[in-house]
Design a binder for this molecule. Structure first.
Ligand code: SER
Length: 318
């Protein structure tokens, strides 16, 4: 049985990924790694083991890996794009110095490693429509620079040392559980909260700006399926384009308005978020993920909207 370590288990993706891994592999086989100030709470805390796991402290990571006999690491420690732009040195320290610590330990203890990349790994001169798997990656944000480096370092540890590294380029992730903090795609989560509370939403992204997005259940499934995939079929490793929907603010607004007819949205464009959004793909081509490990999403904009509204209503309006 696999013993899994989730580093960053209380973050936007980690909090749900840890629970999904526990459902699939058994509660005791999935260790929730956290940093002080972001301790696991509620079900996440009660359902299985937890260990301090600051990605910048290799001794702390090593202790948890040895104690639990870990053989797979999901490394989710990172700052999102907008926060990273305000704290570039910290973004690098967590994203890259932290990744190096993880990769060195993975080499020593024979662990597989999943470290997400992102649509943020692309830049203005990347083809924006049906962005190919292998293409120009010259991002201008520190988030993007660290994501390209993540892909390269992960590939390097695979080809040089045989470490089983794998990753996907996540689109903006939309979830009804843990809100994101400081990303460019956060508006597509926030908008649902405003709709459910009956408030007018002020959109920080310009009408017509397309970005790839994905509902959390598909994102979790992507990470776990890739880590389970037959390595003989993998031509690529770090990281696969994965896509399920691409929309601009008007399209998500109209998708919500179908179920919340009085919902109102106005624009007040945030220049930093807008410039980052414009440098990212409009829509990625995910054919390599489909061919190499049978990636297939389940949700589109409409089915996600129905589920988001139902779950948020149940939680916020009780
Ligand atoms: N959701 C991320 C962000 O907006 C992109 O991967 O920063």
């Amino acid at each position: 049985m696999k013993k899994i370590f989730v580093v960053g288990s209380t973050g936007q993706i980690g909090s749900e990924l840890t629970m999904e891994l526990r459902r699939r592999y058994g509660n005791d086989n999935v260790v929730a790694g956290y940093i002080p100030g972001a301790e696991p709470k509620g079900e996440l805390f009660e359902s299985g083991p937890a260990e301090l796991a600051d990605v910048t402290k290799p001794e702390q990571l090593a202790e948890a890996i040895k104690k639990h006999n870990i053989d797979a690491i999901y490394n989710l420690a990172a700052l999102l794009s907008v926060v990273a732009e305000k704290k570039p040195l910290l973004a690098w320290k967590i994203g890259i110095d932290g990744l190096l610590n993880i990769l060195e330990l993975a080499k020593e203890h024979n662990c597989s490693v999943f470290t997400p990349s992102s649509i943020g790994s692309f830049g203005l001169n990347t083809p924006h429509f049906m962005t190919p798997q292998d293409t120009i990656q010259r991002p201008k944000t520190i988030y993007g620079v660290s994501k390209v480096t993540t892909e390269l370092l992960s590939d390097y540890y695979h080809s040089k040392y045989g470490v089983d590294t794998r990753s996907v380029r996540f689109p903006g992730i939309i979830s009804n559980v843990t809100p994101p903090g400081g990303g460019t795609t956060d508006y597509a989560v926030d908008i649902y909260y405003y709709a459910v509370r009956g408030e007018k939403f002020t959109c920080p992204i310009k009408k017509g700006t397309l970005m790839d997005m994905m509902y959390m259940p598909d994102a979790l499934n992507a990470a776990i399926s890739l880590m389970e995939a037959n390595p003989d079929r993998l031509v690529h490793r770090n990281g696969f384009n994965i896509a399920s929907m691409s929309f601009d603010p008007e399209e998500i607004y109209n998708a919500i308005k179908k179920y919340v007819p009085d919902f109102e949205m106005v624009y007040d464009v945030d220049p930093l978020k807008q410039s980052i959004a414009e440098s990212w793909p409009d829509k990625m081509d995910d054919s390599c993920a489909r061919a190499e490990w049978d990636w297939k999403p389940s949700y589109d904009l409409d089915s996600m909207t129905v589920d988001m509204l139902e779950k948020l209503r149940a939680r916020l309006l009780k």
